[in-house]
Design a protein around this ligand. Structure first.
Ligand SMILES: Nc1ncnc2c1ncn2[C@@H]1O[C@H](COP(=O)(O)OP(=O)(O)OP(=O)(O)O)[C@@H](O)[C@H]1O
Ligand SMILES: NCC(=O)N[C@@H]1O[C@H](COP(=O)([O-])[O-])[C@@H](O)[C@H]1O
Ligand SMILES: [Mg+2]
Length: 395
């Protein structure tokens, strides 16, 4: 069998699963890796390996065993020193070993954005002790947001409104941080009007943008995302300009999810993922090429003649509420029948990720909706998501 390319995927969640489908449609062979067996992307890949992505030796031996053309990170927490070694040996790390290293560490990417590129960010300080947290909050003012430098999906993150909450926020960050650096970023709380993800594709021919995605977060994790989100031409141009500067600095080819806060006409850079973004799952229904298709094409050097929005669309998450490995979904038929006759142009779809276990707030699926307006698509996607119920078999 002749494959277009061989890909080693590091992380095998829902984003990886859709990426595998896109890459396999273009004739790639994909080996999916994660720390547990039966992960979502493994179920649709050609092969799999189970090891911790933070285990450098295991990562190296997976690369040696499979000899991939591309190593494609899907999660943030990866032994990035090993990726640098792999890259030095001639394997393409997507988008680049440096990009994965910089974005895994909030302090590293913040230095690039705020200091090297001079982009507008929130005021911030780093802290490695409670004393430094107190000093940091003195610099940013209250409220402030405290986040481990290594974490994602809001883990270990809290917003502090009064000084007596700082100690709890520090303890919470330390207890939920990944990796071995006891370090947090203390950020000025931005009372933004709205926040966006600007999906930015870096290809051999240049940089392309998807229409901006708006989203709503709870506990630092996204609940719904919609596309397009209304923005002034000036704010969009500013966001695109900043996104281009950051991705050009990071280099390589692929899709990036660049996050901004917008307040009035002011656009504030927050952070970015050098890979498909969770809020970008809306593109599974909104665009001619999803963020996963775009990532695959950019990596493989295939043309992207046009990114076309089919119409306003929303993704809404389906979350679990407890820890369990004995559960099933109910209401799928009901969800797919949303919205019935009253919105004739609407389309609804569901993605269930196939995660083997539930835990509180774990994302198990998304409902997708496209309609005549963003408001209609939000309402329909929320309805459809609510109709999918996770039922637990007791005993
Ligand atoms: N400085 C801030 N001011 C106001 N809100 C903030 C600030 N920092 C973070 N938030 C809120 O928390 C959300 C999550 O923050 P952030 O993106 O930094 O965390 P994350 O753990 O990297 O999440 P993910 O990995 O899902 O992108 C933001 O999308 C925003 O809604
Ligand atoms: N914000 C990052 C993000 O959404 N990442 C996605 O979640 C998966 C982990 O899910 P899990 O924690 O339920 O295993 C990751 O593998 C990735 O697909
Ligand atoms: Mg984020």
């Amino acid at each position: 069998m002749a494959f277009t390319a061989k890909i080693l995927l590091l992380g095998s969640g829902e984003l990886g699963r859709e990426f595998v489908i896109s890459a396999k449609r273009l004739g790639c062979q994909v080996i999916a890796c994660d720390s547990y067996a039966g992960a979502p992307a493994m179920q649709v890949a050609d092969g799999c390996e189970v090891f911790s992505m933070l285990d450098g030796a295991a990562l190296k031996s997976a690369v040696e065993k499979h000899r991939p053309d591309f190593v494609v990170p899907e999660i943030e927490a990866i032994r990035t020193e090993t990726l640098a070694e792999v890259e030095a040996q001639g394997v393409t790390v997507v988008p680049s070993a440096r990009a994965t290293m910089m974005t895994m560490n909030r302090d590293a990417i913040r230095e690039v954005a705020a200091v090297e590129l001079g982009l507008r960010t929130s005021r911030y300080r780093y802290a490695e002790s409670l004393e430094e947290v107190l000093a940091g909050a003195g610099h940013t003012g209250l409220p402030c947001v405290i986040k481990p430098v290594m974490s994602s999906s809001g883990k270990g993150q809290s917003t502090v409104r009064s000084a007596d909450e700082l100690e709890r926020a520090w303890d919470y960050a330390v207890a939920n941080m990944r990796g071995d650096r006891r370090r947090v970023i203390v950020e000025e709380f931005i009372a933004f009007d709205y926040e966006i993800t600007l999906l930015t594709v870096r290809t051999r021919e240049g940089v392309l943008f998807c229409p901006p995605i708006g989203h709503r977060q709870e506990r630092g994790d996204y609940q719904e995302s919609w596309q397009p989100t209304p923005m002034s031409a000036k704010a969009l141009a500013d966001a695109q300009d900043m996104a281009r500067k950051v991705v050009d600095n990071l280099g390589g080819h692929g899709i990036f999810g660049v996050e901004f806060f917008v307040k009035g006409e002011e656009v504030i850079f927050s952070e970015l993922s050098p890979r498909p973004h969770d809020t970008g799952m809306v593109t599974l229904i909104s665009q001619n090429l999803s963020e996963f298709d775009l990532h695959a094409r950019a990596i493989l050097g295939l043309p992207i003649p046009e990114i076309r929005l089919y119409g306003p669309a929303t993704s809404a998450v389906i979350l679990a509420d407890r820890e369990s490995d004995r559960f099933r979904f109910e209401g799928l038929a009901d969800a797919l029948a949303t919205p019935g006759a009253e919105v004739p142009d609407a389309e609804v779809d569901v993605r269930l990720f196939g995660k083997p276990t539930t835990r509180p707030y774990r994302r198990m699926g998304v409902a997708l909706a496209r309609a005549g307006t963003v408001e209609d698509s939000r309402r329909i996607a929320a309805d459809a998501a609510a109709r999918v119920r996770i039922v637990h078999d007791e005993g």
